[in-house]
Design a protein around this ligand. Sequence first.
Ligand code: HXC
Length: 547
Amino acid sequence: MEEAVKKETKNSGAKDAAVKEVKETKSNKEEEVAQSIKIFRKNIEAARTSPADKVEAQKKKGKFTARERLQYLLDENSFFEIRTLAKSRCTDFGIKDKDLKGDGVITGFGRINGREVAIFAQDFTQLGGSLGLAHAQKIAYIMDLALEAKIPVIGLLDSGGARIQEGVDSLDGYGEIFYRNVKASGVIPQISVILGPCAGGAVYSPALTDYIFMVDGISHMFVTGPGVVKSATGEDVDFDTLGGSKAHSQKSGVCHMVANSEQDCFRQLRDLLTFLPQNCFEKPLSTSTIDSPDRKTPFLEKVAGMNPKMPFRIQHVIWELADENKFFEIHRDFAKNVVVGFIRMGGEVVGVVANNSDHLGGALDLHASDKAARFVRFLNAFNIPILTLVDIGGYLPGVEQEHGGIIRHGAKLLYAYSEASVPKITLVLRKAYGGAYIAMSSKYLRGDFNFALPSAEIAVMGPRGAIEILYSKDIKAAPKDKVEEIKERLTKEYAEKFASPYQTASTGSIDEVIEPSNARQRIIRALRILKNKRDPKNNPQKGNIPL
Ligand code: HXC
């Protein structure tokens, strides 16, 4: 019995010791885990913190940091970062000792107006946001995921370009990105926001995307900077004149949207996304509106009564037609003779392409053809119906235009409209002459509903030009003091016969001559009829090549 008690006591002692050991091991383990979590948090925190002097330098240039940008652009607390701890494997030129946070770029996913987007933000505080291989791979990875997940990609660019220390590896990194830009083109919306320098070949990634935003005073894009320009051509030019927002939004047409501050830019970008679907297999979201589809459009009565040569801003017609008079104009300062952008009609997103007589009489020239053609291709890629407002006397004449390739550029518009299989509604307002009449979504380029106002003049050319050719011998033979009177009579006769919508309405080139004040109602009805014209799942266009 005593033996048994002794054994029992010994056993329970061993058990206690074992329990104690387990407890100790457990608390050591817990401490280890707690410690490793602490280290992890510290590392992440460090990877997310830029040196104060670099942040200050960024602020001095009037710029936000990359993290602030993500915070301001994305829905609150929606940023989901990946590859925070990525590092360059380069050992040359002291790159290893530089401890570049995230290799100079922050990548991940976020939500804008509740919808997922993939996003990267180059961090200028890390070696000028220069692009090395790890940096490029981070961007490439979110682009791959975005393409698989079928969500838009947004790039916030602020970079000195290829990281010189990494040599050709950085150039290859750009190659990886360009390739993905092309693969994603026309499949998911791609948007580039230039928020600092974007130099050298780096400019070609944004150029391959659908829309480029710039901010006045801080954004610059150029293939070669002022220094190289000076040594190559002798021209003296500063950064802003060479590649600032004005140069690219007004002259080159590289930039679509200009903002006067980063906040303004993010607001515009959030707005733009409301008009776009997440990918080419979806339609844009419809919204509810208080604006009645039957609302009358009296301004179009005025337009119908105007002298066809009197210039006016076409935006007035667009505002009149649009739900709540809202028009999101794209490329506003470039090739103003054609106006493009997004509106909603009856709650559905519509892309508008319109001749603007207020600039170059609305004639189509090199830039206007490119601008309109690329926009039409974007709309077709992303299942957005096209409303074309026609008020055009023709292609812009002149040696500069001919030698600049108006034949080549003008053909792009014919191609884009013919190829587009989304709903196409055309309204001729005052005039549509010659080749330009055909180009602007005419019936035989397969416009679905081609409408005209009763005052519209549709003919091979303007009445005055036409009679000067048709009756040149009679005009030459007429007494000098009678020439003007004869010309006026012939012009009137010609205009009555041809320069009206009735001949084209009789042949079916115009489907219906409509009451100007019913234009909104007619267009919305047409859109509703055509709602299922194309199944987005069978979208034939994959690609939005820069034109
Ligand atoms: C490595 C770079 C860099 C680059 C800037 N930095 N650009 N490091 N490679 N490409 C570093 C600077 O050394 C500096 O490092 C920090 O970033 C900030 O740059 P600063 O010059 O102090 O800033 P700032 O005065 O604002 O001038 C910005 C700048 C200028 C205008 C972008 O840095 C510049 O001109 N950089 C070179 C731009 C360029 O030529 N890029 C083209 C590269 S070739 P510290 O350590 O002092 O912070 C290319 C080809 C791509 O891109 C082809 C793709 C197909």
